[in-house]
Ligand binder design. Structure first.
Ligand SMILES: [Fe+2]
Length: 156
């Protein structure tokens, strides 16, 4: 079975983000596990949850990048947008009855692991620097999370 093993080299050092990435990995692995033995409805449900969760996660990351003054936020947003578009086209094909699960899973696995290790790692340096500078005073990250979601546990 082709699942992603979570390991520390997938961590970028920002706990809420690492938690969200792990959850996305869990969804991908769940999809891998049920792709052959379950109904289209079950695969569709997990796919929907995966898409919803990933969209919230991207929004969260983008706010974090904006708040930290990360200069490449626009380019990173663009990468997110292109990925969302790509996944949306898979979902459309899935809805018409095409069996796209294996192809989709390959794309998800490759894209996510690469994205975390390169693009996300890149902004993490800036965000963590900002966290360290402001943390002593008030907990910058918690403030940003509260600002985005109203509560720091809104996305977990
Ligand atoms: Fe990202």
């Amino acid at each position: 079975m082709n699942t992603i093993a979570w390991s520390t080299d997938l961590e970028i050092g920002i706990p809420p983000i690492d938690k969200q990435h792990k959850r996305i990995v869990d969804y991908i692995n769940e999809l891998e596990k049920l792709k052959d033995s379950n109904t289209t409805k079950e695969v569709g449900d997990v796919l929907e949850q995966l898409v919803d969760y990933t969209l919230s996660h991207f929004a969260f990351e983008e706010e974090l990048m904006e708040e930290s003054g990360y200069v490449f936020v626009k380019a990173h947003k663009r990468v997110h947008q292109l990925f969302v578009r790509k996944i949306a086209s898979y979902v459309e094909r899935f809805k018409t009855g095409e069996n796209i699960t294996n192809e989709l899973l390959r794309t998800l696995r490759t894209w996510l692991v690469n994205h975390i290790k390169t693009d996300d790692n890149d902004y993490s340096l800036v965000v963590r620097r900002k966290m360290n500078i402001v943390t002593q005073k008030k907990g910058w990250l918690n403030n940003v999370i509260n600002k985005i979601f109203g509560t720091k546990e809104a996305i977990s």
